[in-house]
Write a protein that binds this ligand. Structure first.
Ligand code: GLC
Ligand code: CA
Length: 565
């Protein structure tokens, strides 16, 4: 593999800071698609290790790895067979330990993914449960239940999976007769764990310690609001709280995890994947003795619209304030449509249920907006998540159905294109059959579009106007500008309703203004400001449609030119 890279001398400022995550830039890495180090067409830890200089040059503080564990890979690794083993396609535990240490030497921390709601059906616990009697302790680690109907032929509930279809699968007993059913909120290969079982709790705390002891700085918690179920198994929509989403008992689990995290000399970070519309309930996860942060999916799913995004930013800041938690800003991840594609569509919002093949997108408009969105999110107070390839402005790839393996596609009856369009291997070089993802002549596990030479790391490094150069400049400023490291935030009057403007920092730290034009006409840069960074080349001191700028007020006019609301 050839890895073009520029090593900058800047050391990430977060090293040694115990609260480093409060304004960190965290890069989400889907290791199967990042870089192939051993030439088998599959991304691996060797590829990541060889690319660490690239990640350092980008200016990230931490890497979040989606699951890298032993797994049948039915759901992109979110079906874990062994939490203490690395998937053989990706490498070995020794390589993971080396990677964690090498990254830290460059000032980059590592976060691993923990999937507590379910395990793989290939996990030894599940095999043991299937081989054990009804009512046995081995079955109590899961949700085994008799079926309804005269001979147990009906599933215990009618709950519908997020992946569509039912959530129960019937087992077959040793004598060949149909037996109990087991619960799986996702695929049948992902049986749900029973969090009322003390062994389940103890095992996960041991897994946390296993990785914390190996030097990881924190964990991302998958499906964090789903762990606790109502054991009476009511239908969804009956009186009372939802039978499995956001039940009160889940907070006890995170309180004990927080105690584990805080027992380390450098406390470990807990990041939740929490999809909840109720902001007060969302904030409950971020109380001082629970998780440190959770992904801001509200912001991620909103359309490209000034009023919508302003509303999301205000609501985010307001809901985090009472619990003194750090907001997060996320434009995409391994589950959602790439911003460049999404923002070029007529409907620029994101919703899982709405995904279809063949939705047209104006990718040059989408790219323009994704560049502005990068500067908007990088200027907001809190932690910033960057999903691999977004720094290159990769579009969503529409894969031919025969190349799709995502269960979301199959379980939708082929209507949903699935989530692999954002998991296509990265292009590193202009040339090579996989653009440097792996050696020439070795096909990557998912094909890249032909024309990805121009969007490769190599091509973009040579171009000061590229998306990669924009990301590098923005992340470098996030580190070097005290205003962007402060908690200070205030809205400013924009010239029109379709312009969002806010300032960061104070007279002490110095101030920085971010202005984003969502409207159709260019607006003037406000008087008394000097341009620091623009998402597009700056024409005539104007901010064009779908352009963001970072501005510095002239020192002598610092306090007089800004009109704060
Ligand atoms: C989370 C993951 C997703 C996975 C699901 C089930 O939503 O982000 O990729 O399929 O959980 O584990
Ligand atoms: Ca490989």
């Amino acid at each position: 593999m050839t890895v073009p890279s520029t090593i900058e001398t800047r050391q990430p400022a977060s090293v040694g800071d115990p609260r480093w995550w409060r304004n960190a830039v965290i890069y989400q890495l889907y290791p199967r698609s990042f870089a192939d180090g051993n030439g088998d067409g599959i991304g691996d830890l060797a590829g990541v290790r060889a690319s660490l200089p690239y990640l350092r040059g980008l200016g990230v503080d931490a890497l979040w790895f989606t699951p890298w564990y032993a797994s049948p890979w039915v759901d992109g690794g979110y079906d874990v067979a062994d939490y203490r083993a690395i998937h053989p396609d990706l490498g070995t535990l020794a390589e993971a330990e080396a990677l964690i240490a090498e990254a830290l030497d460059l000032g980059i921390r590592t976060i691993v993914d923990i999937v507590p709601n379910h395990v793989s059906s290939a996990h030894p616990w599940f095999a043991e449960a299937l081989g054990s009697a009804v009512g046995s302790p081995a079955r109590d680690r899961f949700w085994f239940r008799p079926g309804l109907g005269t001979s147990g032929e009906l599933a215990p509930t009618g709950w519908v999976s997020d992946f569509r279809g039912g959530t129960w699968t019937r087992t077959t007993d040793a004598d060949g007769r149909p037996g109990e059913w087991y619960l799986h909120l996702f695929t049948p290969e992902q049986p749900d764990l029973n969090w009322d079982n003390p062994e389940v709790r103890a095992e996960h705390e041991a897994v946390l310690r296993f990785w914390f002891d190996r030097g990881v700085a924190g964990v991302r918690i998958d499906s964090a609001a789903l762990l606790v179920k109502d054991p009476t198994l009511p239908e969804v929509g009956q009186a009372g709280r939802h039978p499995y989403v956001d039940r009160d008992g889940v907070h006890d689990i995170y309180r004990s995890w927080r105690a584990v995290a805080d027992s380390y000399p450098q406390p470990k970070l807990l990041v939740g994947e929490v999809w909840l519309e109720d902001r007060a309930r969302f904030a409950n996860y971020l109380r001082p003795d629970e998780l440190h942060t959770a992904f801001n999916f509200d912001f991620m799913t909103r359309p490209w619209d000034a009023a919508e995004l302003r509303d999301s930013i205000e609501a985010t800041l307001a809901s985090h304030r009472p619990v003194a938690a750090t907001p997060t800003w996320v434009l995409s991840n391994h589950d959602v449509t790439r911003p460049v594609t999404r923002y070029g569509r007529s409907d620029t919002s994101f919703g899982f249920g709405a995904k279809r093949f063949g939705v047209p997108s104006d990718e040059s408009l989408g790219t323009r907006r994704a560049r502005a969105a990068a500067l908007l999110t990088a200027a907001l107070p809190g932690a910033l998540y960057v999903y691999q390839g977004d720094e290159l402005g990769l579009p969503e790839v529409e894969l031919p159905p025969e190349q799709i393996s995502d269960p979301m596609h199959f379980r939708s009856g082929g209507v949903d294109p699935g989530r692999e369009g954002c998991r296509v291997p990265l292009p590193w070089t202009r040339d090579g059959s996989s653009h440097g993802f792996g050696p020439d002549g070795i096909p990557a596990w998912l094909p890249q579009p032909r024309h990805w030479d121009g969007i490769s790391v190599e091509a973009q490094e040579a171009d000061p106007a590229s998306m990669l150069s924009l990301y590098r400049a923005a992340l470098a400023l996030r580190h070097s500008e005290p205003a962007l490291r402060s908690d200070d935030f205030g809205w400013l009057d924009g010239p029109t309703e379709q312009v969002l403007a806010f300032r960061r920092g104070s007279p002490e730290t110095g101030r920085l203004t971010c202005l984003v034009n969502f409207g159709p006409r260019p607006v003037e840069i406000p008087p008394g400001h000097r341009l620091v960074l623009a998402s597009q080349p700056n024409i005539d001191n104007k901010v064009g449609p779908d352009v963001a700028v970072w501005l510095r007020p002239f020192a002598e006019t610092n306090n007089t030119q800004e009109k704060e609301k």
